[in-house]
Design a protein around this ligand. Structure first.
Ligand SMILES: [Cu+2]
Length: 332
Protein backbone atom coordinates (compact mmCIF):
# COMPACT_ATOMS: atom_id res chain seq x y z
CA UNK A 1 0.00 0.00 0.00
CA UNK A 2 3.01 2.27 0.48
CA UNK A 3 4.70 1.34 -2.80
CA UNK A 4 4.43 4.87 -4.15
CA UNK A 5 4.71 6.73 -0.89
CA UNK A 6 7.95 8.70 -1.22
CA UNK A 7 8.98 8.40 2.44
CA UNK A 8 8.64 4.64 2.49
CA UNK A 9 11.67 2.62 1.36
CA UNK A 10 11.16 -0.21 -1.13
CA UNK A 11 10.28 -3.52 0.43
CA UNK A 12 12.67 -6.11 -0.93
CA UNK A 13 13.18 -8.82 1.66
CA UNK A 14 11.09 -11.40 3.46
CA UNK A 15 11.32 -9.56 6.75
CA UNK A 16 10.47 -6.13 5.37
CA UNK A 17 6.71 -6.74 5.43
CA UNK A 18 6.78 -7.89 9.04
CA UNK A 19 8.84 -4.95 10.22
CA UNK A 20 6.50 -2.60 8.38
CA UNK A 21 3.40 -4.21 9.88
CA UNK A 22 4.75 -3.67 13.39
CA UNK A 23 5.85 -0.17 12.54
CA UNK A 24 2.48 0.78 11.08
CA UNK A 25 0.74 -0.72 14.09
CA UNK A 26 2.88 1.40 16.44
CA UNK A 27 2.28 4.48 14.32
CA UNK A 28 -1.50 3.96 14.35
CA UNK A 29 -1.58 3.17 18.03
CA UNK A 30 0.44 6.26 18.97
CA UNK A 31 -1.57 8.36 16.53
CA UNK A 32 -4.87 7.22 18.01
CA UNK A 33 -3.73 7.79 21.59
CA UNK A 34 -2.46 11.22 20.61
CA UNK A 35 -5.77 12.08 18.93
CA UNK A 36 -7.74 10.83 21.94
CA UNK A 37 -5.67 12.99 24.30
CA UNK A 38 -6.19 16.10 22.22
CA UNK A 39 -9.90 15.41 21.87
CA UNK A 40 -10.27 14.95 25.64
CA UNK A 41 -8.33 18.15 26.36
CA UNK A 42 -10.76 20.07 24.19
CA UNK A 43 -13.86 18.32 25.53
CA UNK A 44 -12.84 18.80 29.14
CA UNK A 45 -11.83 22.39 28.61
CA UNK A 46 -15.27 23.17 27.22
CA UNK A 47 -17.32 21.03 29.50
CA UNK A 48 -15.67 21.94 32.76
CA UNK A 49 -14.93 25.55 32.02
CA UNK A 50 -15.56 28.06 34.75
CA UNK A 51 -19.22 28.93 34.96
CA UNK A 52 -21.32 30.70 37.54
CA UNK A 53 -23.13 28.25 39.82
CA UNK A 54 -20.84 25.28 38.97
CA UNK A 55 -18.49 24.02 41.64
CA UNK A 56 -15.85 21.28 41.27
CA UNK A 57 -16.44 18.15 43.26
CA UNK A 58 -13.67 16.25 45.03
CA UNK A 59 -13.37 12.52 44.10
CA UNK A 60 -11.61 9.95 46.27
CA UNK A 61 -9.56 7.21 44.46
CA UNK A 62 -11.22 4.58 42.30
CA UNK A 63 -9.71 1.09 42.23
CA UNK A 64 -11.65 0.11 39.12
CA UNK A 65 -10.28 3.11 37.26
CA UNK A 66 -6.71 2.53 38.46
CA UNK A 67 -6.84 -1.13 37.46
CA UNK A 68 -8.23 -0.33 34.03
CA UNK A 69 -5.60 2.20 33.12
CA UNK A 70 -2.86 -0.09 34.38
CA UNK A 71 -3.98 -3.41 32.93
CA UNK A 72 -5.13 -2.23 29.50
CA UNK A 73 -1.92 -0.38 28.52
CA UNK A 74 0.09 -3.17 30.19
CA UNK A 75 -1.51 -5.75 27.90
CA UNK A 76 -1.00 -3.57 24.85
CA UNK A 77 2.69 -3.07 25.70
CA UNK A 78 3.15 -6.79 26.26
CA UNK A 79 1.66 -7.52 22.84
CA UNK A 80 4.08 -5.06 21.28
CA UNK A 81 6.93 -6.69 23.17
CA UNK A 82 6.05 -10.22 22.09
CA UNK A 83 5.48 -9.13 18.49
CA UNK A 84 8.77 -7.21 18.42
CA UNK A 85 10.71 -10.03 20.07
CA UNK A 86 9.33 -12.51 17.54
CA UNK A 87 10.53 -10.38 14.61
CA UNK A 88 13.84 -9.70 16.35
CA UNK A 89 14.60 -13.37 16.85
CA UNK A 90 13.64 -14.11 13.28
CA UNK A 91 16.00 -11.41 12.04
CA UNK A 92 18.74 -12.68 14.34
CA UNK A 93 18.50 -16.35 13.35
CA UNK A 94 19.83 -17.14 9.89
CA UNK A 95 18.15 -20.12 8.25
CA UNK A 96 20.12 -23.33 7.88
CA UNK A 97 22.14 -23.37 4.68
CA UNK A 98 22.32 -19.63 4.09
CA UNK A 99 25.11 -18.52 1.76
CA UNK A 100 27.87 -16.69 3.60
CA UNK A 101 29.16 -13.32 2.46
CA UNK A 102 32.19 -12.18 4.42
CA UNK A 103 32.31 -8.45 4.89
CA UNK A 104 35.15 -6.22 6.02
CA UNK A 105 34.19 -2.64 6.76
CA UNK A 106 36.85 0.05 6.94
CA UNK A 107 37.08 3.81 6.81
CA UNK A 108 35.32 4.31 4.44
CA UNK A 109 34.26 1.40 2.34
CA UNK A 110 32.61 -2.01 2.34
CA UNK A 111 34.56 -5.02 1.14
CA UNK A 112 32.74 -8.24 0.33
CA UNK A 113 34.01 -11.78 -0.21
CA UNK A 114 31.67 -14.37 -1.72
CA UNK A 115 31.98 -18.06 -0.92
CA UNK A 116 32.48 -18.59 -4.64
CA UNK A 117 35.55 -16.36 -4.51
CA UNK A 118 34.27 -13.11 -6.03
CA UNK A 119 35.33 -9.96 -4.26
CA UNK A 120 33.59 -6.63 -4.43
CA UNK A 121 33.90 -3.16 -2.99
CA UNK A 122 30.86 -1.01 -2.17
CA UNK A 123 28.73 -3.25 -4.34
CA UNK A 124 27.21 -6.57 -3.45
CA UNK A 125 25.50 -8.82 -5.97
CA UNK A 126 23.03 -11.39 -4.67
CA UNK A 127 20.33 -13.48 -6.34
CA UNK A 128 16.64 -13.21 -5.57
CA UNK A 129 15.36 -15.97 -3.32
CA UNK A 130 18.57 -16.96 -1.58
CA UNK A 131 19.17 -16.73 2.16
CA UNK A 132 22.30 -14.65 2.54
CA UNK A 133 24.21 -14.39 5.78
CA UNK A 134 26.57 -11.48 6.25
CA UNK A 135 29.58 -12.30 8.45
CA UNK A 136 31.02 -8.90 9.18
CA UNK A 137 33.99 -7.35 10.86
CA UNK A 138 35.69 -3.98 10.86
CA UNK A 139 39.30 -3.05 10.30
CA UNK A 140 39.09 0.15 12.36
CA UNK A 141 36.14 1.97 13.89
CA UNK A 142 32.63 0.70 14.58
CA UNK A 143 30.48 0.78 11.46
CA UNK A 144 26.92 -0.36 10.88
CA UNK A 145 25.53 -2.30 7.95
CA UNK A 146 22.18 -0.79 7.05
CA UNK A 147 20.00 -1.76 4.10
CA UNK A 148 16.65 0.03 4.46
CA UNK A 149 14.97 -1.98 1.69
CA UNK A 150 15.71 -5.19 3.62
CA UNK A 151 14.91 -3.59 7.00
CA UNK A 152 18.18 -4.80 8.48
CA UNK A 153 20.79 -2.89 10.43
CA UNK A 154 23.70 -4.46 12.27
CA UNK A 155 26.72 -2.90 13.92
CA UNK A 156 30.09 -4.03 12.57
CA UNK A 157 32.85 -4.19 15.18
CA UNK A 158 36.62 -4.50 15.00
CA UNK A 159 38.14 -7.71 16.36
CA UNK A 160 35.06 -9.91 16.09
CA UNK A 161 32.28 -11.02 13.78
CA UNK A 162 28.71 -9.89 13.89
CA UNK A 163 26.13 -11.36 11.56
CA UNK A 164 22.94 -10.39 9.81
CA UNK A 165 20.89 -12.19 7.19
CA UNK A 166 18.33 -11.43 4.52
CA UNK A 167 16.35 -13.11 1.79
CA UNK A 168 15.89 -10.73 -1.12
CA UNK A 169 12.53 -10.93 -2.85
CA UNK A 170 12.71 -8.35 -5.63
CA UNK A 171 15.36 -7.63 -8.27
CA UNK A 172 16.69 -4.12 -8.12
CA UNK A 173 19.46 -1.95 -6.74
CA UNK A 174 19.15 -0.95 -3.12
CA UNK A 175 21.08 1.46 -0.94
CA UNK A 176 23.60 0.31 1.60
CA UNK A 177 24.52 2.82 4.28
CA UNK A 178 26.94 2.94 7.14
CA UNK A 179 24.67 3.82 10.05
CA UNK A 180 27.26 4.42 12.74
CA UNK A 181 29.24 7.64 12.68
CA UNK A 182 32.75 6.48 11.82
CA UNK A 183 34.79 9.57 10.90
CA UNK A 184 35.09 12.35 8.35
CA UNK A 185 33.81 10.44 5.33
CA UNK A 186 31.13 8.49 7.17
CA UNK A 187 28.43 9.92 4.94
CA UNK A 188 30.32 8.65 1.90
CA UNK A 189 30.49 5.10 3.21
CA UNK A 190 27.66 3.90 1.03
CA UNK A 191 27.11 1.17 -1.49
CA UNK A 192 24.66 -0.75 -3.62
CA UNK A 193 23.08 -4.11 -3.07
CA UNK A 194 22.28 -5.44 -6.52
CA UNK A 195 19.59 -8.11 -6.40
CA UNK A 196 19.45 -10.16 -9.60
CA UNK A 197 17.39 -12.96 -11.07
CA UNK A 198 19.17 -16.27 -10.43
CA UNK A 199 20.10 -16.77 -14.09
CA UNK A 200 21.50 -13.26 -14.32
CA UNK A 201 23.38 -13.85 -11.12
CA UNK A 202 24.96 -17.01 -12.49
CA UNK A 203 26.06 -15.04 -15.53
CA UNK A 204 27.52 -12.37 -13.28
CA UNK A 205 29.37 -14.99 -11.23
CA UNK A 206 30.98 -16.57 -14.25
CA UNK A 207 31.65 -13.23 -15.91
CA UNK A 208 34.43 -12.27 -13.52
CA UNK A 209 36.93 -14.78 -14.89
CA UNK A 210 38.09 -17.76 -12.89
CA UNK A 211 38.31 -17.12 -9.18
CA UNK A 212 39.37 -19.45 -6.44
CA UNK A 213 36.56 -20.20 -3.98
CA UNK A 214 37.12 -18.53 -0.63
CA UNK A 215 37.69 -21.85 1.14
CA UNK A 216 40.34 -22.80 -1.44
CA UNK A 217 42.11 -19.48 -0.87
CA UNK A 218 41.99 -20.34 2.81
CA UNK A 219 43.43 -23.76 2.15
CA UNK A 220 46.35 -22.20 0.29
CA UNK A 221 46.97 -19.79 3.16
CA UNK A 222 46.68 -22.66 5.60
CA UNK A 223 49.72 -24.31 4.09
CA UNK A 224 51.60 -21.10 3.26
CA UNK A 225 51.36 -19.88 6.85
CA UNK A 226 52.45 -23.24 8.19
CA UNK A 227 49.17 -24.04 9.92
CA UNK A 228 49.16 -27.40 8.20
CA UNK A 229 52.40 -28.47 9.89
CA UNK A 230 50.65 -28.54 13.27
CA UNK A 231 47.03 -29.11 12.22
CA UNK A 232 46.93 -32.34 10.30
CA UNK A 233 43.97 -34.50 9.57
CA UNK A 234 45.88 -37.68 10.48
CA UNK A 235 46.21 -36.63 14.14
CA UNK A 236 49.99 -36.73 13.97
CA UNK A 237 50.25 -32.95 14.34
CA UNK A 238 50.92 -31.00 17.50
CA UNK A 239 47.67 -29.07 17.17
CA UNK A 240 44.10 -30.36 17.23
CA UNK A 241 42.58 -31.81 14.09
CA UNK A 242 40.32 -29.13 12.65
CA UNK A 243 38.17 -31.44 10.51
CA UNK A 244 34.59 -31.38 11.72
CA UNK A 245 35.41 -28.78 14.36
CA UNK A 246 33.04 -26.08 13.15
CA UNK A 247 29.78 -25.84 15.05
CA UNK A 248 30.83 -28.32 17.72
CA UNK A 249 31.31 -27.60 21.42
CA UNK A 250 34.95 -27.55 22.51
CA UNK A 251 36.03 -28.34 26.06
CA UNK A 252 38.77 -25.94 27.16
CA UNK A 253 41.63 -26.37 29.64
CA UNK A 254 39.98 -23.99 32.08
CA UNK A 255 36.82 -26.10 32.14
CA UNK A 256 34.67 -23.88 29.95
CA UNK A 257 32.92 -25.26 26.92
CA UNK A 258 32.67 -23.07 23.85
CA UNK A 259 30.91 -23.58 20.55
CA UNK A 260 33.38 -23.49 17.67
CA UNK A 261 31.57 -20.82 15.67
CA UNK A 262 33.15 -18.24 13.39
CA UNK A 263 34.13 -15.99 16.30
CA UNK A 264 35.77 -18.90 18.10
CA UNK A 265 37.85 -19.81 15.05
CA UNK A 266 38.78 -16.21 14.49
CA UNK A 267 39.95 -15.72 18.06
CA UNK A 268 41.85 -18.99 18.10
CA UNK A 269 43.90 -17.74 15.18
CA UNK A 270 44.40 -14.20 16.43
CA UNK A 271 44.83 -14.95 20.10
CA UNK A 272 45.54 -18.67 20.55
CA UNK A 273 46.49 -18.41 24.22
CA UNK A 274 43.04 -17.13 25.21
CA UNK A 275 41.42 -20.50 24.60
CA UNK A 276 43.32 -23.73 24.95
CA UNK A 277 41.36 -26.84 24.01
CA UNK A 278 41.70 -29.51 26.70
CA UNK A 279 44.75 -31.72 26.26
CA UNK A 280 46.81 -29.26 24.21
CA UNK A 281 49.76 -27.06 25.01
CA UNK A 282 49.76 -23.31 24.29
CA UNK A 283 52.39 -23.57 21.58
CA UNK A 284 50.43 -22.06 18.71
CA UNK A 285 51.96 -18.72 17.67
CA UNK A 286 49.66 -15.74 17.39
CA UNK A 287 48.80 -14.57 13.90
CA UNK A 288 47.51 -11.19 14.99
CA UNK A 289 48.84 -8.57 12.60
CA UNK A 290 50.25 -11.23 10.30
CA UNK A 291 47.02 -12.02 8.51
CA UNK A 292 44.60 -9.41 7.22
CA UNK A 293 40.91 -9.55 7.99
CA UNK A 294 40.30 -10.85 4.46
CA UNK A 295 42.83 -13.64 4.96
CA UNK A 296 41.32 -14.44 8.32
CA UNK A 297 37.95 -14.77 6.60
CA UNK A 298 39.43 -17.16 4.06
CA UNK A 299 41.01 -19.28 6.82
CA UNK A 300 37.72 -19.38 8.70
CA UNK A 301 35.86 -20.32 5.50
CA UNK A 302 38.39 -23.11 4.91
CA UNK A 303 38.11 -24.52 8.43
CA UNK A 304 34.31 -24.43 8.10
CA UNK A 305 34.50 -26.26 4.80
CA UNK A 306 36.44 -29.10 6.43
CA UNK A 307 33.14 -30.33 7.73
CA UNK A 308 31.07 -30.30 4.62
CA UNK A 309 33.42 -31.36 1.85
CA UNK A 310 35.47 -34.07 3.55
CA UNK A 311 33.06 -36.39 5.32
CA UNK A 312 35.39 -39.40 4.89
CA UNK A 313 38.31 -37.77 6.62
CA UNK A 314 36.06 -36.47 9.35
CA UNK A 315 34.84 -39.99 10.03
CA UNK A 316 38.40 -41.29 10.17
CA UNK A 317 39.43 -38.84 12.84
CA UNK A 318 36.27 -39.00 14.87
CA UNK A 319 37.87 -41.01 17.69
CA UNK A 320 40.44 -38.36 18.36
CA UNK A 321 37.89 -35.62 17.85
CA UNK A 322 35.58 -37.29 20.32
CA UNK A 323 38.24 -37.52 23.00
CA UNK A 324 38.93 -33.85 22.57
CA UNK A 325 35.35 -32.71 22.38
CA UNK A 326 32.13 -33.57 24.19
CA UNK A 327 29.38 -35.21 22.12
CA UNK A 328 28.27 -33.17 19.17
CA UNK A 329 25.24 -31.03 19.66
CA UNK A 330 23.40 -29.05 17.05
CA UNK A 331 24.04 -25.34 17.19
CA UNK A 332 22.61 -22.22 15.50
CU1 LIG B 1 31.28 3.52 8.65
Amino acid sequence: MFEHFPFWPARASTSAGQVDALFIFLLLLCGLVCLAIFALIIVFALRYRRRAGHQAEHIEGSNALELTWTVVPGCIFLCIFVWGAYIYFQERTPPEGAADVYTVAKQWMWKFQHEEGQREINELHVPVGRDVRMIMTSQDAIHSFFVPAFRIKQDVLPGRYTTAWFHATKPGTYHLFCAEYCGTMHSGMIGDIVVMEPAQYQAWLSGGGSTLPLAATGEKLFSELGCSTCHRSDMQGRGPNLVGLFGKPVLLEDGRTMIADENYLRECIQNPTLRIPKGYKPIMPTFQGLVSDEQLNALVAYIKSLKQSQPKQAAGSSVAAASQQPPATQVH
